[in-house]
Design a protein around this ligand. Structure first.
Ligand code: HEM
Length: 283
């Protein structure tokens, strides 16, 4: 859950640029982001995070039964960009964001937000309404090109905040040896391995992952005892956005207009010269 990341990490992005959700959500699945290529100052726009997956697929829940997936997302905006205040959000964007609760990654700090878990069946697209900053009123902000980082997750994680595995992870043999017993109970199964060095090791497997080994089998250390039940995954996407200076655009348009007029003038001049030449020929 995003809250696990908020509790464990000061920033949602590590020094390498990797978003921290990936530390517990080990499966990699694609995430996409749609933002405008350029935006004018003090303007509301939408950042759409897409978290696609097959909604027919179910995942292992905490109790070992199967159920639907939930989704969540994180967005890390450039300096000065923040979630648009309610009264600035246009009606068409409001429609897409009703019922969604965005939270600052760090309480009271703008610029990085999380959302989720929310139902995946209804939210394969999560819209963040964003307000661009204005360099005129905020001296820390400058026109230019900036990066936006998003992360999108569907499905349960593989690692608990405590560091233990969840029941949505693959379980492996901790030692090499021979499997001497498999017993299944209400709360899961145990696999007993007679280790090569003489000891006996019991691996506990919760309800969820399916055991793929059988009694009598020789197994290497680190080899899987179960299938990988995880059907979800996390994906990160980095995008770029230009904070565009409107006066630059105006001058560019004026320049284009000037070029067009001078081109038309040249054509007219040529026509005039041709007419004079035609008239001169009659003498
Ligand atoms: C569950 C998103 C970070 C561990 C979930 C779920 C979502 C989610 C949407 C619910 C999945 C479902 O019910 O189908 C995120 C996002 C993160 C993040 C967006 C980053 C901002 C983390 C971190 C950890 C973690 C850092 C580990 C410390 C888990 C676990 C579950 C889970 C163990 C399953 C909980 C349960 O059902 O018992 N996460 N997560 N997540 N997440 Fe994360």
């Amino acid at each position: 859950y995003p809250i696990y990341a908020q509790q464990a990490y000061d920033s949602p992005r590590e020094a390498t640029g990797r978003i921290v959700c990936a530390n517990c959500h080990l499966g990699a699945k694609p995430t996409k982001v749609e933002i405008p290529q350029a935006i004018l100052p003090d303007t509301v726009f939408e950042a759409i995070v897409e978290i696609p997956y097959d909604t027919d697929v179910q995942q292992v829940l905490g109790n070992g039964e199967l159920g639907p997936l939930n989704v969540g997302a994180v967005i890390d905006l450039p300096e000065g960009f923040k979630l648009a205040p309610e009264e600035r959000i246009p009606e068409e964007i409001k429609e897409k964001t009703t019922g969604l609760f965005y939270q600052p990654y760090k309480a009271g700090e703008d610029g990085t937000y999380v959302i989720g878990p929310i139902s995946g069946a209804d939210h394969q697209e999560i819209v963040f309404p964003i307000l661009s900053p204005d360099p005129k009123t905020d001296p820390n902000v400058h026109f230019g090109k900036y990066s936006v980082h998003v992360g999108g997750n569907r499905g349960r994680g593989q690692i608990q905040p405590t560091g233990d595995k969840t029941n949505n992870a693959i379980y492996t043999a901790s030692v090499a040896g021979q499997i001497t017993g498999i017993s299944a109970g209400d709360s899961g199964a145990t696999v007993t391995i007679a280790a090569e060095d003489g000891g006996t090791v019991t691996e506990t497997i919760p309800n969820g992952p399916q055991i793929i080994v059988s009694e009598g089998e020789d197994i290497a250390a680190g080899a899987p005892l179960t299938n990988d039940p995880n059907v979800g995954g996390f994906g990160q996407k980095d995008a770029e956005i230009v904070l565009q200076n409107p006066t630059r655009i105006k001058w560019l348009m004026a320049f284009f207009a000037a070029i067009m007029i001078s081109q038309a003038m040249l054509v007219l001049k040529k026509k005039q010269v041709e007419q004079v030449q035609a008239a001169e020929m009659n003498f």
